[in-house]
Design a protein around this ligand. Sequence first.
Ligand SMILES: Cc1ncc(COP(=O)(O)O)c(C=O)c1O
Length: 390
Amino acid sequence: MLKTSRAAELPAFLAMDVHAAANRLKASLPAGAPPVLHMEVGQPGTPAPEGARRAVEAALRDGLPLGYTDAMGRASLRERIAAHYTDWYGAPVDPARVVITTGASGAFPLAFLAAFDPGDRVALVSPYYPPYVNILRALGLVPVVLEATASHRFQPTLDMLERLDPPPEGLIVASPGNPTGTMLHRDDLVAIGDWCAANFVRLISDEIYHGLNWDVAISTAAGVPGAVVINSFSKYFSMTGWRVGWMVVPDDLVRPVECLAQNFFICAPHISQLAAEAAFDCHAELQENVARYRRSRALLIRALPQAGFPRLSPAEGAFYLFADVAGRTNDSVAFCRRMLAETGVAATPGVDFDAARGRHFVRFSYCGPEADVREAAARLTRFKEAVSFT
Ligand SMILES: Cc1ncc(COP(=O)(O)O)c(C=O)c1O
């Protein structure tokens, strides 16, 4: 028998399996049946902002060659991103440290390979975004998973980190995080950055949900010595399928990341880089999306407890609520399957994000149309009345 690798045994990203099941259900529905409501994926239903689309139209109309860009990305986009750090955080960044990537997903292997060797340990809290652990394992790195609870706002604390003996080589943080939507407040991020610097731990900060923060200000790790910041045009900028994101890397990783990017990807899609640059002039339109998410979130925070989901993550950002369903089921996979079949509402079982405790959690994403979120809340309320789980 031919050999397959250890990486070939990686588990599925369950949210995508649920998405496929929701699409199969949609295809099988008779005409006029109530539609399937998608709350399983973190994908804005809105298109890329108009300015981004117009930039692409102009490039195509003018017959721009759209060949490879530098592996680090178009200089003008790198400069625009560097300026964004002054605009949003008042923290200037040297454009030489900005790397354009194929989404945040394309940034992970570049960052991990540039910073770590096989066998190195990289800590993160659970519940977590599953590809962190899956990519680390595929690269021969060792995830060190720290169990966080609602009382920690599902974020790492200094206490947890100080118990790591010896300290790991790396630490991944995400604020706002997926699936919980919770945030590391400014002082916590500073304290974690200091701990990393004192213990020679490379901090990787996933900031993909910046711009989608509801109650507290966002802070970036771009100024933390040695830290790698990962971000993307997928969420706030509503450009998932364009596959464009960025990293801010520390000086010692600039050239290693450039060499890795040249070999792995050559460059991020050129056309998407043009669109991304134009998207920075579209904040007014993007703020309309943000206002819609804010309304949907408020609606769900009111409605979900009445629909049998009384314990929601203390989410201060992103477009997710992570609901503790321990009172209703021990098997969130079966629960979500039944919920989809009986209500047409698709949500992601928590096991995707935390294999053991996730049996008691379900993640709802509310970045779809507002009317769908309202209708989902109504259907889930009827579902609660009709069904009791053991
Ligand atoms: C926390 C987090 N990081 C990274 C990604 C990957 O995003 P991208 O589309 O930029 O590859 C996602 C996607 O959902 C995410 O939730």
